[in-house]
Write a protein that binds this ligand. Structure first.
Ligand code: ZN
Length: 302
């Protein structure tokens, strides 16, 4: 295990335990999330060494492995996926005129393919072999397995996106600084991360599926996300809620509660839909409390 001795956001050395969460997806091990005394950033600490993190992604079905809900959650997931791809490309096309776009952690390449069809010149990075090969086939182009200083031409991308990826990155500073070197001046960095200030996070507490330890190394809220990227010289243009995530995360959280009680999720799925709905209503009335948030940052726009 690796013990972080400094807060990844503000470098403070004192933290307090925040919550203990179990890994319900793969290992069933328990991990502690700590909170920085200075900036209140929350991060999984200690965490597996980066060389050991791979085994925590080894699951036949990362979406769900409970037979009773498998079909239901998966079907909803796929309908939601198509809808969210549409929303994502609509957003991307409002952010910049078309040029080069890099998706860091591009998975199976569905988002990149949507961008390509819309006229973007796309590049991707994906460490997972299976996902990367699917992306390569879909896009009919090379996808890098890792990021290096020479991966791309400096200052060449109009947009760099990290959709639910930031929270997984072991070498956070190095990765973000390298990515930013590839971004044009006035280019857009789009970050989507879960928000542990959301209603669903507060309701589900240690069962909240988006803590997803130990795969999620960091647990962002708007204040800490903004602080981190402002320190890297970016300015926040705007934030957007991700309304579908509250439903999906609530359903998974109910599944974990049921698993812990050795019961089937049953009625929990109805409760999840209700709580997902309430989470979105609350996020409308109080900004910065959506289950997941999109942040649009601009490079060098001071
Ligand atoms: Zn801190």
């Amino acid at each position: 295990m690796e013990n972080l001795t400094q807060c990844p956001v503000c470098k403070e050395i004192n933290f307090i335990p925040f919550i203990d969460c179990k890994d319900y997806t793969v290992s069933r091990e328990t991990f502690t999330i700590v909170q920085c005394n200075s900036c209140e950033f929350k991060f999984t600490n200690p965490r597996p060494e980066s060389k050991d993190l791979g085994k925590y992604y080894e699951s036949d079905d990362y979406v769900s492995h409970s037979k009773s809900n498998k079909g239901f959650i998966n079907s909803l997931y796929h309908i939601a996926k198509h809808y969210s791809l549409l929303k994502k490309i609509q957003l991307i096309n409002t952010l910049s005129k078309k040029g080069k776009l890099l998706d860091y952690g591009c998975g199976t390449g569905d988002f990149l393919n949507t961008c390509k069809v819309s006229g973007w010149e796309v590049s991707g990075i994906e460490p997972n072999d299976l996902a990367r090969n699917t992306a390569k086939e879909l896009l009919n182009s090379e996808i890098n397995s890792e990021l290096s200083e020479n991966s791309f031409e400096k200052n060449s991308f109009s947009i760099i996106t990290l959709w639910h990826v930031l929270e997984h990155i072991s070498e956070l500073d190095k990765t973000i600084e390298t990515l930013l070197s590839f971004l044009k001046s006035n280019g857009i960095l789009l970050i989507a991360v879960p928000n542990c200030n959301s209603y669903d996070a507060k309701i589900y507490e240690k069962y909240w599926a988006a803590y997803d330890v130990p795969r999620h190394l960091y647990h962002f809220v708007p204040k800490t996300t903004e602080k981190y990227f402002k320190n890297k010289g970016l300015s926040l243009e705007r934030t957007l809620p991700m309304p579908l995530d509250s439903f999906y995360v609530s359903m998974l959280s109910e599944k974990y509660i049921a698993q812990e009680a050795n019961k089937s999720a049953g009625l929990g799925m109805i409760r999840a839909a209700w709580r997902g709905f309430i989470s979105n209503i609350k996020a409308i009335s109080k900004q910065g409390t959506s289950s997941s948030q999109v942040y649009i940052f601009k490079k060098g726009a001071f």
